[in-house]
Design a protein around this ligand. Sequence first.
Ligand SMILES: Nc1nc2c(ncn2[C@@H]2O[C@H](COP(=O)(O)OP(=O)(O)OP(=O)(O)O)[C@@H](O)[C@H]2O)c(=O)[nH]1
Ligand SMILES: [Mg+2]
Length: 316
Amino acid sequence: MSGAELGRRLRERDLSAAPAALNLVEARRPGGPEEVAALLREVSPGALGGDAPAHVVGITGPPGVGKSSLLSELVAAWRCAGRTVAVLAVDPTSRRSGGALLGDRARIAVDPADRGVFIRSTAAGDTLGGLAASTRAAAQALAAAFDVVVIETVGVGQSETDVADAADTVAVVVQPGSGDVLQFLKAGIMEIPDVLVVTKADLGNIAESAVRDLRSALTALDAREVEVVAVSSIPPPRGIDELVAALDGHRAATDVAARRLHARRRHALADFAAEHGERGLRALGGRREAERLLDSLDPRLDVPSLRAALEENAAR
Ligand SMILES: Nc1nc2c(ncn2[C@@H]2O[C@H](COP(=O)(O)OP(=O)(O)OP(=O)(O)O)[C@@H](O)[C@H]2O)c(=O)[nH]1
Ligand SMILES: [Mg+2]
């Protein structure tokens, strides 16, 4: 099936198109960039008549913190509420620094007969802490069809920025008793996430003090609006409904259209710069000029179209 056809089916919220669309985006079948561009065009804001309906949620945190276990519970809660869910689990196994060496790693558990859930493990990009362009494209495609699209990434510190560019809401998952997120926040190394999640609340005191420490750090950073939610993903699960509410609350308080528009323009420029380097940017009159050019273009254009516009201008 062609990229355009897959994109059309996703736009009509046909969830069964998701596996083939992902295969195409991840270049597991021939067709190449043109087919992917055709797919993305069908799910662009222009074709959709507005922004994609999904809530795109980034879930990020260090290896072993409990992201996959938490997602099993979150997916169940969203399904109970009748929302369809797609999860892109960015697998760092190809990288040496990856966290997959843990013997007790959990998989996201879902009902295999449930057609309203789609889970795909996807390879991490080459850029450390960065999202592969194919992951961004996959999230965009899925966002046309599903109610919730999750991008799960491993890491802490620099990886949030990239996820923040692809997601409407970023939740950073914190291991109780480990001070790294707290230290990164205090030191300003890490951007303030939209929601903070302390896992393993069943461990008791250690989780409660993690919540307290994070709250006081947020207060000191003048970011009181950021919710800190403690969850437990082992039976009986705790805090899941609160987390669902916190994620929804963030989205309701965010100008999603503006955030996505900004991200699309950044991605187009990043992709252009990655391919054409400093010379390409110079041909556009420098980065500032390139940004100004992007700002002047139709806000409904998707990333490949924005990029094509940059290329056209650079060739002039
Ligand atoms: N006590 C307790 N253990 C948990 C909880 N959530 C996860 N775990 C355990 O923590 C370990 C790691 O959980 P995962 O869900 O695999 O963590 P992850 O963040 O997805 O790990 P990576 O995929 O390797 O980055 C497993 O042994 C889980 O059983 C929790 O709420 N309470
Ligand atoms: Mg995991």
